[in-house]
Ligand binder design. Sequence first.
Ligand code: AOF
Ligand code: ZN
Length: 349
Amino acid sequence: MTSTEDFYMKRALQIAKLGEGKVAPNPLVGSVIVHPRHGIIGEGFHGFFGGPHAEVNAISNVKNQDWLSESTIYVNLEPCCHFGKTPPCADLIIDRKIPNVVICNLDPHPLVAGRGIQKLESAGVHVVYGVLESEGQALNKKFFISQKKKRPFITLKWAQTRDGFVARTDGSSKWISGPQSRQWVHKMRSQHQAIFAGNNTLRIDNPELNVRDWKGPAPVRVVIDPNLKLTPELKIFSSKESEIWIFNSIRNETVLNKNYLLLDPGNDFIGQVLKVLWEKGIHSLFVEGGSQMLNHFIEKEIWDEAMVFTGPMEFGSGLKAPEIKNGILSEVKQIENDFLSCWHSSANE
Ligand code: AOF
Ligand code: ZN
């Protein structure tokens, strides 16, 4: 049997999801206000980046504001106590005299991290936290893991044949996985703030790296091109609907949708790119290959999830697929004739 606290927190987590695709790099947050006699009197969620927080929306949705002083507010993230783009939620809760707060996860934000709870408690508010903690962590895994690691949450993705190759000996790799798997890939792209691919992949596969087969946000496309050698005819440059960040050693300027960013020559390029992405608020990254790039992330243990599509055909020889190290297989799904293996890094356990 679920407790009352679990019941209402489940609802908060459910409505938090309504912000999916709109709030990154902020977390998904939902809030439910419950009165002992009238039940749920208000609900709200964080709906867009820079917009009002869940608690603010839930509180303003309560018709009879006098009931707040007898109610409990459920929220899946510790109420903030800092002035960000919006004023502190803890102050609003105190101001409206809400006597009870139930929280799922603590906010790792360096200006909050327990101080939201402290502020509420010192004002006499009764606080409970840790309700459905692991569900909340799973919902906001990109937020929690990126905050902890101070780099984007990284998902690796590739498609391999049944006998473990990502390309034929001539480099070609078209159609390893079927159309529905490709739709899944577009959905996954839209769930990340940026997509990254190595130059061999850009030259040989010539991908657009945009979201065509799914409705959702168009992530920033990231490439590393130290001497600006990638030719303008590549599809990634001709599709204009999302930004391209071109890390290079020559130019530092923005031209239409192209953002040229300078790299320090001779230094770990990928490390530099991850640092800049983090600092510019890109907190999730989808890495689409090729195998050299993917192997780099695996070797250095800078990845959080890996989505591996295995198609039905065999190449017999060719370019070997990367091999996961220190990963835990969490799920295998069948998608038409393909299998999708979902891995997560054991470092995040
Ligand atoms: C809350 N309730 O609904 C959310 C919170 O720039 P701001 O002002 O939007 O602040 C963003 C930070 O606030 C975000 O990184 C996270 O720490 C917290 N998010 N806090 O009390 C909410 N979305
Ligand atoms: Zn807040």
